[in-house]
Design a protein around this ligand. Structure first.
Ligand SMILES: Cc1cc2nc3c(=O)[nH]c(=O)nc-3n(C[C@H](O)[C@H](O)[C@H](O)COP(=O)(O)OP(=O)(O)OC[C@H]3O[C@@H](n4cnc5c(N)ncnc54)[C@H](O)[C@@H]3O)c2cc1C
Length: 510
């Protein structure tokens, strides 16, 4: 793990020999790094990717593969769903805020159809099939799903619901073990290779190298314990992932995730953020987190979810990540699912992609009063909740939270209670503040010359809320932008070579 001393930038004047050189140097070979590499190479730059592990992929290759796209993508249209950039923007502004980067969200929605086409052109396969059941992911290789609560309250009254979770087709998929993320990264890495991009593995970025004018001109890394100095003629792209596995940063910025990192890899230690902060980079939304909730959505939709006081707190048919955030952040991670026998049997009889989320209930009782007492809830609390729920459910209505009528039915008896306390984990969404060209912004608001970033080391389209697919979505979208912008930074090369105090002997140029 990095400490403040080691992340301070190294002065180029102190470099006597570069081990490697490229126009554009990218740290991290996950989704953002791969997309940056493709676009930088296509723009004519000589590109080098540095990866800390022994191969490409990162968290992206292990992921479920959701890419959040919309506005009328080819897949949405083929499956009969109407959407527009304006409709998508309305939804994202409501679902990802407060405090979202409105320019980024607008830009992302406007570019979403083109970005989908681009992924398809790179060989990422999307099957023309929709999965409409509640769930984290489709159980098979379906290509499209609701992945952010678009069709649930309160968002279904704010924007016209459209599914935007685009999933690469994966044969023999096993959710959580072997998902669509691999079929996102595999074709992308093949394109990277076909473009002649060099990749160096087991190389770990530690510091940035800056010229006398503070422009970023390279990277100081380590390989097998030995220093490696890499010169970047045009720019450095940081694409090293989140800080979910940096305990100190989690304590400082997102303490609710202490002890519960999820959907991230241990290499996500915040280094990209640290080295840029050491240059004066600004950060945003460091407290924002994705939070997964390990309850089976098929059962949640059919029951009622109550907090430690026996009170409902959310529409149970919404996106699981929204339930996770509400549970962890607003309910002290206390959640119980109450469901009657009939709904339990129905829910368990339906297909789910997350069978491992199905635990046996902890309590079973003949009446609500008995269940409430067995669960140790305050006398009358759960009874009042069920009484109010059932009163309106008789009319298929949920005036408190707006659960859709298809899931609203009075709870009967006998009942089961599931103990879902502490059933959350997540990753961080905050990071470097970047502009629409993925330039890293200094605290003064100006771009830091020669420095670009994308993926979860940046603050992307999410501020507080989350939708599944936002990370692979903004990581790939702004990864491309980073590659394009860094490759275009041709003015950078000459001044460094002229102004370096010591002659820069470049082994790659010899
Ligand atoms: C099981 C699982 C399911 C998920 N499902 C989804 C999903 O469906 N949709 C979605 O949007 N997101 C999902 N995510 C999250 C998503 O995968 C990540 O947020 C996303 O990959 C971040 O992109 P990135 O490019 O920033 O990081 P990564 O894709 O992780 O790439 C970062 C790379 O940088 C490397 N690196 C780190 N430090 C250094 C260093 N010092 N020097 C050099 N290289 C370094 C890492 O080894 C890694 O290869 C999931 C994650 C997991 C683990």
């Amino acid at each position: 793990m990095s400490d403040t001393a080691t992340v301070r930038p190294l002065r180029a004047a102190e470099v006597t020999e570069w081990d490697l050189t490229a126009d554009v140097v990218i740290a991290g070979y996950g989704i953002a790094g791969a997309c940056a590499a493709i676009e930088a190479a296509r723009a004519g730059a000589d590109v080098l990717v540095l990866e800390r592990t022994g191969g490409w992929g990162g968290a992206a290759a292990l992921s479920g593969g959701y890419v959040y796209l919309g506005g009328g993508t080819g897949l949405q249209r083929a499956l009969g769903f109407e959407d527009s950039p304006e409709n998508m923007e309305k939804f994202l502004l409501a679902a990802l805020g407060p405090g979202v980067d409105t320019a980024k969200i607008h830009d992302y929605c406007e570019g979403s159809v083109e970005h989908f086409d681009w992924l398809v052109e790179q060989g990422v396969p999307f099957k023309q099939e929709f999965w409409g059941e509640p769930g984290w992911e489709p159980p098979h290789d379906e290509g499209l799903m609701y992945s952010g609560g678009e069709n649930a309250a309160p968002f279904n009254t704010i924007a016209s619901p459209a599914p935007r979770g685009h999933l690469p087709q994966m044969q023999n998929k096993r959710t959580g073990l072997k998902g669509g993320g691999f079929m996102l990264m595999k074709p992308l890495s093949e394109v990277v290779e076909s473009l002649g991009v060099r990749a160096e593995y087991d190389v770990r970025l530690q510091r940035l190298v800056v010229g006398d004018d503070d422009r970023v001109v390279g990277v100081a890394a380590r390989r097998y314990g030995k220093p490696v100095l890499i010169r970047a003629r045009r720019g450095v792209v940081l694409a090293t992932g989140s800080f979910a596995y940096n305990e100190q940063m989690i304590e400082n910025y997102a303490p609710r995730l202490i002890g519960r990192p999820g959907a991230a890899i241990e290499e996500h230690d915040g280094i990209g953020i640290r080295v840029a902060q050491a240059l004066g980079a600004d950060v945003a939304h460091m407290d924002a987190t994705e939070v997964a909730f390990f309850g089976d959505p098929q059962l949640l939709a059919r029951g009622i979810l109550v907090n430690g006081r026996g009170q409902r707190y959310i529409a149970e048919d919404t996106y699981g990540g929204r339930i996770g955030q509400a549970t962890l952040i607003q309910q002290e991670n206390q959640a119980y699912l109450i469901i009657d026998e009939q709904s339990l049997e129905q829910g368990q009889g339906t297909e789910t992609a997350t069978p491992f989320f199905r635990q046996p209930p902890k309590w079973a009782a003949e009446t609500v009063a008995e269940l409430e007492s067995d669960m140790g809830l305050p006398a009358g609390a759960l009874q009042a909740t069920v009484e109010v729920y059932n009163r309106h459910a008789a009319d298929s209505a949920d005036p408190l939270f707006g659960k859709k009528p298809q899931w609203v039915r009075p709870l009967g008896t006998p009942l089961a209670g599931f103990d879902l306390r502490g059933f959350t984990a997540g990753f961080t969404l905050g990071g470097l503040r970047t502009d629409l060209d993925s330039r890293v912004l200094h605290v003064s608001g100006e771009p830091i010359a020669g420095l670009y970033a994308a993926g979860r080391c940046t603050s992307g389209i999410c501020a507080g809320g989350y939708v599944s697919g936002a990370s692979l979505g903004d990581g790939s979208f702004y990864g491309r932008r980073a590659g394009i912008a860094a490759a275009a930074n041709t003015a950078a090369a000459a001044p460094l070579m002229d102004s370096a105090a010591a002659p820069l002997i470049d082994s790659a140029d010899q």
